[in-house]
Design a protein around this ligand. Structure first.
Ligand code: GLN
Length: 490
């Protein structure tokens, strides 16, 4: 049965439809794969019984001719999504054994369409990080290894569990979230496809908040078409999230395979970061050549405020986080460490419940929002954010989409950036601009480095134009023929 885990989501759905196998068989194969992959630490909670119940219900629906778009497809869910009655912790000690009494809209949409939940996926604590090392459950190990090199590497973060589980064929797809790159960078580090849709495409209801004006949910999948199928189910207007957009959700998969002839693709010159490894530069040039060969016109564009994006992000995101995380006070749910009085109880709960990185963000956020510094930091960062958004608006007058690398390196080894927060933050240099401007961004695997590790290219689109990204992503995928999978060592 283990071959069933090698299928793409699309082919698995076809196999279910043609009765080549049942949802129960497909789920059993994935449950076994999850069980045998403990070494990756991708799942923080496995829900095999629930998965099999859902699979049986799916088979019954299909027999009645009532199968939905994802019926019987086993998926993994990032632990940032609240799942009713199933422990949801954002991989923080402070949430303890929190079992939500409600379901996030995105996951509810997936279950509405018949998907099966295999369990909850590891991530950086509260989605703060780029390596999955800030998780209270310990880091995820990237299924990819360097050539002749067993040193454990990061799958990226914060959606490290999602990316590792998809790359290691533990699930057919996974939910993820992206505040500054957390879908795209892990996708690039694991040879998978990830798309952060336009801000507002997916409801944030029931997704534990990090920085509410930047957070977006999206899928990580094996290929571009699978990502399109998943996003279609995840997206949609939701009255419970006032920032969710009341617009039609297109059939994203219908854009995959569409001609991109005549599209104008912008190459932002400011993304030629100093010290960019030659391999990344080469990959980018290769991407340009592929799109040219497909009939695109390549145009150099300028996004002049790019150099301020990372500092602005690392003010806005912590500011919002410090406010969002004020609710974890030990009173209503999660961890409580009793002190001699109320203030001490708050202090001890938060001191013991939050990890180092989360505390750092709360401190930075409280500082930049404090009365004396608000104008100098927070307000200034908001003005920079506006400029960055204007830069993109101007570029999109000339081009239909942008092409950049996803990350400045391939997957680094665990511990490599752990003691240097700034080095860690530099990982987000190509991804945070997209969140600041609310645009859709996709990472597609495009090649490997000299060490055999995957590298990704990023496509950035106009607001609500995910369709063009799926078309362009399909072209890059086809041209790159990225078919290698990590060798199984776990
Ligand atoms: N790495 C970035 C951060 O630490 C982005 C995280 C994310 O997108 N959730 O904030």
């Amino acid at each position: 049965m283990s071959d069933l885990t090698k299928l793409t989501l699309k082919t698995a759905l076809q196999g279910l439809e043609s009765k080549s196998f049942s949802a129960v068989e497909l789920t059993q194969a994935h449950v076994a794969a999850v069980e045998s992959a403990k070494a990756l630490n991708a799942f923080v909670l496995e829900t095999p019984d629930k998965a099999l119940d859902m699979a049986r219900a799916s088979d019954a629906r299909r027999a009645r001719g009532e199968a939905g778009a994802l019926d019987g497809a086993p998926l993994g869910i990032k632990d940032l999504f609240c799942t009713e009655g199933v422990r949801s912790t954002a991989c923080s000690r402070i949430l303890g054994d929190f079992k939500p009494t409600y379901e996030s809209t995105v996951t509810a949409n997936l279950w509405r369409d018949g998907a099966v939940m295999l369990g909850k996926l590891n991530m950086d604590e509260f989605a703060m990080g780029s390596s999955n090392e800030s998780s209270a459950f310990g880091p995820v190990i990237n299924p990819w290894r360097g050539q002749g090199d067993d040193t454990p590497r990061t799958p990226g973060g914060s959606s490290g569990g999602s990316a590792a589980a998809v790359a290691a064929e533990l699930c057919l797809g996974a939910t993820a979230t992206d505040t500054g790159g957390s879908i795209r960078q892990p996708a690039a580090f694991t040879g998978t496809v990830g798309i952060k849709p336009t801000y507002g495409r997916c409801s944030r209801w029931g997704v534990v908040a990090f920085a509410s004006s930047l957070d977006q949910a999206g899928p990580i999948a094996r290929n571009v078409e699978d990502a399109a199928i998943l996003l279609k189910s995840m997206a949609g207007h939701d009255a419970k999230d006032s920032t969710s957009l009341d617009v039609e959700v297109p059939d994203f998969a219908s854009f995959v395979g569409k001609s991109v002839k005549g599209l104008r693709i912008g190459i932002p010159k400011e993304y030629r970061a100093d010290g960019m490894p030659p391999e990344i530069e080469k990959l980018w040039e290769q991407g340009v050549a592929w799109l040219k060969a497909a009939g695109c016109e390549i145009v150099e564009v300028s996004l002049p405020h790019t150099k301020y994006a990372l500092p602005a992000y690392y003010i806005v995101a912590p500011a919002e986080a410090s406010s969002n995380l004020a609710r974890y006070d030990g009173m209503r749910y999660g961890l409580r460490v009793d002190g001699a009085n109320l203030t001490e109880t708050y202090e001890q709960t938060r001191a013991q419940g939050f990890g180092e990185e989360v505390k750092r963000r709360i401190l930075i956020g409280s500082y930049v929002l404090s009365a004396g510094y608000y104008d100098a930091y927070y307000l200034k960062a908001l003005k920079v954010r506006r400029r960055i958004s204007d830069d993109f608006d101007q570029a999109f007058e000339k081009v239909d989409a942008l092409l950049t690398p996803t990350a400045p390196s391939a997957a680094f080894t665990l511990g490599e950036n752990a003691d240097d927060p700034v080095a860690m933050y530099l990982n987000d240099i190509f991804t945070v601009t997209v969140n600041l401007a609310g645009l859709p961004g996709m990472s597609v695997p495009a090649g490997v480095d000299a060490n055999g590790l995957p590298l990704g290219l990023q496509l950035i689109g106009r607001p609500l134009d995910e369709g063009t990204l799926f078309s362009l992503g399909g072209v890059i995928e086809e041209a790159a023929q990225f078919k290698t999978r990590p060798q199984r060592w776990w």
